[in-house]
Design a protein around this ligand. Structure first.
Ligand code: EPU
Length: 421
């Protein structure tokens, strides 16, 4: 298994180009299943989760062509299988997102039920109940969700939690349903909005985009569309957090600052100087001490759970006490025990992590079991004194494009070692 070796402490300097958003790319790739006409997608990040999604689509019959500008064309005119098998779903929970499109277009879907994962139990009851409300017959058999419907019917669907992929799956199911669907308590994340815009460019009729009530008037058929994926606000936030923990100045380019309001506000509270332009954000932390910031994770537009681990590293190095409260996932503090091994002072009490900032972290071999936790350990390694070895890099490769190359360009002393090295 690959590992990253970081010699710290590092000072970073320069610009980093932010890739397309993983969590927008995945549902939009799946949404192309809704039409027999081809779609062309740009700004798709080169990530393991994207490869897994393309594998899943290809296994169902999608023809995929990547052009010289790395646009991806997907032709779903010949889908012969309506199944997301266990082997793929177990490596990527987002595979459940084929359920809505398959059921809407073909009237059937067989999707392996995702099990628990490293950050919590993560049920999919909202996806299933919503599709049942639209008239689907759904059973769970031998670990698979088996869904059938002649044609889905529009329905009023109040969702008991705000769920990103739940909203996305139901939105994709509803676009081809007969009549109007109203999704209440919908997620408003920029990635959900990007999917809605893509669906509308295929001919769907979705209104209320960006609010918690989505109204979807079903249409008979959808066409193909051309679409560029929005920038990855979590990747951008991660590089800016890296500048913050290393006392550096870094500019993230090709970003959408409007998607990052809550995170940028917390960077300011942490003592960072920010310069915000149209598609660029510069964070300057040179000669500025980190201040501790209290954080409560919550659905958009509030502070994202996917930036929690990175801010915990900032707090670990900020003078004073801070409390980070995780409200979305019950088990999203796995980075804490690794940070303790690097000399951090953190106590976990239920869903809260309480930090007392230390002067410095000390490099150590570490590993984490989820994507954002692993990213936070890289940040800690960049700031720490001595050598940090981040094991199980495959978690990072799921969601960060060329992470060591991007950090290397910013001046970090970071190398990837493969198994044989
Ligand atoms: N929930 C339910 N029932 C459901 C669905 C969700 O109770 O049917 C609960 C979950 O257990 C959780 C809360 O609702 O407590 C929110 O989960 P959500 O469904 O919004 O998460 P998700 O859609 O599975 C997406 C992102 C995650 C991100 C979360 C929260 C994708 C592919 N994944 O997951 O991204 O953390 O929203 O914003 O969009 C990551 O990129 O590292 C990542 C984990």
């Amino acid at each position: 298994m690959d590992r990253l070796v970081i010699q710290g402490p590092n000072r970073l300097e320069g610009e980093v180009r932010i890739s397309g958003a993983k969590n927008a790319a995945l549902p939009i790739l799946m949404a192309t299943l809704l039409s027999e006409e081809p779609s062309r997608l740009g700004n798709i990040p080169h990530l393991r989760d994207v490869t897994t999604t393309l594998q899943l689509l290809a296994s169902m019959g999608t023809r995929i062509v990547v052009d010289e500008k790395l646009n991806i064309e997907l032709d779903n005119s010949d889908i012969h299988t309506r199944e997301a098998p266990y082997e793929l779903v177990k490596t990527m929970r987002a595979s459940i997102l084929v359920m809505g499109p398959l059921l809407a277009r073909f009237g059937e879907a067989r999707v392996s039920l995702p099990g628990g994962c490293a950050i919590g139990s993560r049920p999919v009851d909202v996806h299933i109940d919503g599709m049942k409300k639209m008239g689907a017959d759904i059973r769970v058999e031998r670990g698979y969700i088996i869904a059938r419907a002649e044609r889905l019917r529009g329905a009023r669907i109040p969702m008991h939690v705000v769920t990103v992929t739940g909203t996305e799956n139901l939105m994709m199911a509803a676009v081809l349903a007969e009549g109007t669907t109203v999704l209440e308590n919908a997620a408003c994340e920029p990635e959900v909005q990007d999917l809605a815009h893509f669906l509308n460019s295929m001919g769907a009729k979705i209104s209320g985009i960006g609010t918690s009530t989505l109204v979807i008037e079903g249409v008979e058929r959808l066409s193909g569309a051309v679409h560029d994926i929005i920038p990855d606000r979590i990747e951008a936030g991660t590089y800016l957090a890296a500048a913050a923990v290393t006392g550096s100045r870094v500019t993230a380019t090709h970003v959408e600052p409007a998607h990052m309001t809550a995170v940028l506000e917390k960077f300011r509270q942490a003592g960072a100087e920010l310069e915000i332009e149209r598609n660029r954000i510069t964070l300057d932390m040179r000669d500025r001490p980190l201040k501790p910031v209290d954080i409560v994770t919550a659905p958009y537009p509030l502070f994202p759970t996917d930036m929690q681990a990175q801010f915990l590293v900032m707090n670990a190095l900020a003078k004073g006490r801070a409390v980070v409260e995780e409200t979305l996932f019950e088990n999203r503090f796995m980075h804490v025990s690794e940070l303790l091994r690097m000399g951090a002072d953190i106590t976990v009490q239920g869903n809260k992590a309480i930090t007392n900032g230390v002067e410095r972290l000390i490099g150590a071999p570490v590993m984490a079991t989820d994507l954002r936790a692993s990213a936070s350990l890289i940040l800690a390694g960049l700031a720490a004194e001595g050598e940090t070895v981040v094991n199980r890099v495959y978690h990072i490769d799921r969601g960060y494009e060329c992470i060591e190359e991007k950090f290397h360009k910013l001046g970090a002393d970071i190398v990837r070692l493969t198994d044989s090295q």
